[in-house]
Design a protein around this ligand. Structure first.
Ligand code: GDP
Ligand code: IMO
Ligand code: MG
Length: 459
C-alpha cells in the first residue's frame, strides 16, 4: 500500500533541495522558538533527500502538520517522513511513546492511504506514557496552582503525560519501557509494583488538589495494553543499533525535533518548558547517534513569535496586531486547540537558541502571515533594571520583567504565497530576512510562504 500522490515530491522542491548546501553526513531539524515553527513541513520536504527520519524527543505533546495536495496529516508521534513509503521512520529511545496515540495515528494515516508497516520502527528503550501519567499531569498542575495560589504559576502543559513519564524515567523504579510491553508475565509483575506506588502517589495528589480519584486497576490496565502492544510488536526494535547499521551502509538520517529549544528542559525558559532536550543536543542521547555524525542543524524559525501555555514571552502582543497574526497565521494549537500567544520576532531569544542548538542554516517559516503590516518590529535587545543587553537571561523571573528594545523595519504589502524564488520576494521582505541573517550570523537557507510543499523557497 502506498500513497503515490503524497509521496511524489514537488519537482520544484526536489530541484531546490540541492541548494541547502548541506555538509556530508546527517542533519537535524530543530525548532528555535517555543514550538509550532513548521518543523513538520520542513521534515516532510527534506525527507526526499534522506533515507531515514528519526524522532529523538518528546511525545504526543508535539503536533506536526504536513499539508500535501488536499490532504492534511496531523502527526503527534509518528515522524513527518511517513508520507514517503520508501523511507524508514523511527521513534528513538528519547521519545515517550503513548501506545494508544501511536495506534490511533497508525490507523488514521492508513485511512489516509499511507503505508505503515516495516517503514515505521519504535525503540525498545523508549519509555511508555501510561494513562496514569496523563492523570498525574493534570493533577500535578491543579495541585501546584493550588499550592502557589493562582493560574499564573501553571506551566500549562498539554496534559499528554509527558512530564510524569520522563519523571518516572529518571526515577527508574516506576518506569515502563517499550521492551517491557513485549513480555506479558514480566509486564504483570512490573505493573503490579508500579501501580502500588502510583495509586498511593496519585491518591495523595488528588486529595490535595480536591479531585476525585479511583485507584487504577491492574487487570483493567493489562487488558487495555494487550491489544495495543500487539499492534506495536512488529515495529519494535533496537533503534540505536538500527541507526548505526544505516549509517554504516551510507544511508542519510534526518533527525526530527519535537517541541523546541526554548522548551528544552536544560536550556529553555525553565520551569516553563517541557521535560526533554528538544534542542539539537537531544539528538545524541535521544537516538544513540554521536555528535560528529550530525554536522547539519536546520533551525526552524517562525517569522514572528508564538507560545502556547504559561511562561514569559517578552515580545507578546496584546493588541490588534497580535490578534491579526493569530487569525492570519491560524495560530491555534494542533494538539490542544488552545489559541497561541503571538508577538514580534525575538532576535535575542533566537540568537541564544541558534547558538545552543548549533544551527548551521535557518528556515524562516510563515513569512506570508506578515504581509500587509506597515511595519515589522524585531526585538534586538532587552532592557532590565535600566540596563540594555542582548544576552538571554537564565532566570524566567528576569525574562518576565525585561522590556523588549525594537528595531522597526518596513513591512511588505504584497501577498507572497505564490512566490517561488527568493529574488522575486518584495524588497522589504529581503530587508527583513537579511536583518535576521545578519543579526543571528547564520544563513537563511529556506523561506516558507504557505503550508504546502510548493510554497517553499530554497535559496
Ligand atoms: P510544528 O509543530 O513545528 O511542526 O508546527 P505546527 O504544524 O504545529 O504548526 C505550523 C502550522 O503552520 C501548521 O498548520 C502548518 O501547516 C502551517 N505552516 C507551515 N509553514 C507555513 C507557512 O509558510 N505559511 C503558513 N501560512 N502556514 C504554514
Ligand atoms: P511542537 O512539536 C508548542 C509546551 C506546552 C506547555 C509546555 C509543557 O508541536 O512544536 P508538556 O505537555 O510538554 O509538559 O507542556 O510546553 N509545548 C509545546 N508548545 N509546540 C509543541 O510541540 C509543544 N510541546 C510542548 O504548551 O507550555
Ligand atoms: Mg506543533
Amino acid at each position: 500500500m502506498s500513497n503515490a500522490s503524497a509521496s511524489a515530491l514537488d519537482p520544484q522542491a526536489q530541484a531546490m533541495l540541492g541548494r541547502l548546501n548541506l555538509k556530508p553526513g546527517h542533519a537535524a531539524v530543530v525548532g528555535l522558538q517555543w514550538g509550532d515553527e513548521g518543523k513538520g513541513k520542513v521534515v516532510d520536504l527534506l525527507t526526499a533527500g534522506f533515507d531515514v527520519v528519526a524522532r529523538y524527543n518528546g511525545g504526543a505533546n508535539a503536533g506536526h502538520t504536513v499539508c500535501v495536495g488536499d490532504q492534511t496529516y496531523a502527526l503527534h508521534l509518528i515522524p513527518s517522513g511517513i508520507l514517503y513509503p520508501d523511507k524508514l521512520n523511527v521513534l528513538g529511545n528519547g521519545v515517550v511513546v503513548d501506545p494508544e496515540q501511536v495506534v490511533k495515528e497508525i490507523n488514521a494515516l492508513r485511512g489516509q492511504g499511507l503505508k505503515l508497516d516495516d517503514n515505521f520502527l519504535i525503540s525498545d528503550r523508549a519509555h511508555v506514557v501510561m494513562p496514569y501519567h496523563k492523570l498525574q499531569d493534570t493533577l500535578q498542575e491543579a495541585a501546584v496552582v493550588k499550592g502557589k495560589g493562582g493560574d499564573a504559576n501553571a506551566i500549562g502543559t498539554t496534559g499528554r503525560g509527558i512530564g510524569p513519564c520522563y519523571a518516572d524515567k529518571a526515577l527508574r523504579s516506576t518506569a515502563i519501557r517499550v521492551a517491557d510491553l513485549m513480555d506479558d508475565a514480566h509486564l504483570r509483575d512490573l505493573l503490579t509494583a508500579v501501580l502500588a506506588v502510583k495509586n498511593a502517589t496519585l491518591a495523595g495528589l488528588a486529595a490535595y488538589a480536591e479531585r476525585d480519584f479511583t485507584p487504577i486497576d491492574l487487570d483493567a490496565t493489562l487488558a487495555w495494553l494487550k491489544p495495543l502492544a500487539a499492534v506495536l510488536r512488529p515495529h519494535v526494535t533496537d533503534s540505536a543499533r538500527l541507526l548505526h547499521r544505516e549509517i554504516a551502509a551510507g544511508k542519510r538520517i534526518l533527525f526530527e525535533g519535537a517541541n523546541a529549544t526554548l522548551l528544552d528542559i536544560d536550556h529553555g525558559t525553565y520551569p516553563f518548558v517541557t521535560s526533554s532536550n528538544c534542542s539539537s543536543l537531544g539528538v545524541h542521547t535521544g537516538t544513540g547517534v554521536a555528535g560528529h555524525h550530525v554536522p547539519n542543524v536546520i533551525g526552524i524559525v517562525k517569522a514572528y513569535q508564538t507560545r502556547v501555555g504559561g511562561g514569559p514571552m517578552p515580545t507578546e502582543l496584546h493588541d490588534a496586531t497580535g490578534e491579526r497574526i493569530r487569525e492570519v497565521g491560524r495560530e491555534y494549537g494542533t494538539t490542544t486547540g488552545r489559541p497561541r500567544r503571538c508577538g514580534w520576532l525575538d532576535l535575542v531569544a533566537l540568537k541564544y537558541t541558534a547558538t545552543v542548538s548549533g544551527a548551521t542554516g535557518l528556515a524562516i517559516m510563515l513569512l506570508d502571515v506578515l504581509a500587509g503590516l506597515d511595519e515589522l518590529k524585531v526585538c534586538t535587545a532587552y532592557r532590565l533594571d535600566g540596563k540594555v543587553s542582548d544576552e538571554f537571561p537564565a532566570d524566567a523571573r528576569d525574562l518576565e520583567r525585561v522590556e523588549p528594545v525594537y528595531e522597526v523595519l518596513s513591512g511588505f504589502a504584497a501577498d507572497v504565497t505564490e512566490h517561488n524564488d527568493y529574488a522575486s520576494l518584495p524588497a522589504e521582505a529581503h530587508g527583513y530576512l537579511k536583518f535576521i541573517e545578519d543579526f543571528i550570523g547564520v544563513p537563511v537557507v529556506m523561506v516558507s510562504v504557505g503550508p504546502k510543499r510548493s510554497q517553499s523557497i530554497f535559496r
